[in-house]
Ligand binder design. Sequence first.
Ligand code: COS
Length: 384
Amino acid sequence: MDFDLTREQLMIRDAVREFTEREIMPKARHVDETGEFPTDTFRKMGELGLMGIPFAEEDGGAGGDSVSAALAVEEVARGCGSTALAYSAHMGLGCAPIAMFGNAEHKQRFLKPAASGEYMGAFALTEPHAGSDAGSTRTTARLEGNSWVINGSKMWITNAPVAGHIIVTARTDSDKGKRGISAIIVPRATPGMTFGKHELKMGLRGSVSTAIALEDVRVPRENLLGERGAGFKQFLQVLDGGRIGIGAMAIGLAQAAYEAAKSYAKEREAFGKPIGAYESVSNMIADMAVGLDAARLLVYRAAWLKDLGRPYVREAAIAKLYASEIGEKTCRDAIQVFGGYGYSQEFPVERLYRDQRLLTIGEGTSEILRVVIGRYDLGSFVGN
Ligand code: COS
């Protein structure tokens, strides 16, 4: 057994850590307060080759692995949750489906510019009436000559208005249930595709998540990703990978909360000594450390299994479930350590808590993840 990261993984982690501390952390408060999408940050990340870490070099990526991608998301999240969500969704949802199911032309036309950082990618799955029950998609795509004509609406689509392409799931065969859903690549500025307002959210305010309206959106027949009707299984596989990214994000936010709480516990005095000298506080710090350690091991294990090409559906669900729930508790306890100051915007822990709150919801709620794990362990589930 080997718990060490490889030389390449360490290099990527350290490069992202250095970039985050220099470029991302100083802007995090501004991004949260204004809701401004950090375009400039992503341009620089593209120049450093960080926008397509796990994809092949010929497809515009860095030829790295899933562990490296998770490390990168974790480091970015330690600096800014909004930036990390946009980044994780770009790689895990906007690019990964093309790497997994696209043909050579899709990779050349769409994966290459996205993975090399020319533009962001997005994945439009969720609808106003279809979140956890994503198989009940109502958006339709019909073939007219050599074009798909797409109609419907999507909701909560991360990166939508800033994306160069959006992978849209739609019902291509109305009578085939889950086997009648397909994924189609829609390029930026395709007529008929419009975006809703930048949603006002509790946290992650600089990550743009909007609704999308699709009215007779026409794209070439060749933009179908993989087999017609394979969309449902495709997106479950995509979400399995995405869950590793969200788990990594949870660790990064929790790490930032833990570091802030630790230094405050050493500095702040009450009744004549630093508050960290009281067991009630040092126990909270110790529990944060335990949770972080366990979450890290689970997230890295899921990414490692993915890299080895071994099954990881259950392990990705366990990692995301545990990391997001313990991450939320860690951020909550960090506010407790700070007391009244923790509740104020003067210190970053209240932002970390608000940002962390999404992570038990997006890319599979805790409840759905328990369904996945339960089905798996009770023997009624077949995944990758
Ligand atoms: N990978 C590959 N195939 C999978 C899979 C996975 N992870 N999970 C299920 N499948 C397959 C099943 O084996 C089944 O195949 P067959 O039809 O050949 O037997 C098929 O997909 C349908 O599976 P199932 O009937 O179990 O689907 P359900 O509708 O009951 O849903 C869950 C299963 C709950 C796991 C799924 O709907 C889910 O993950 N929902 C959450 C969606 C989500 O995360 N939304 C947030 C999006 S944020 S971008």
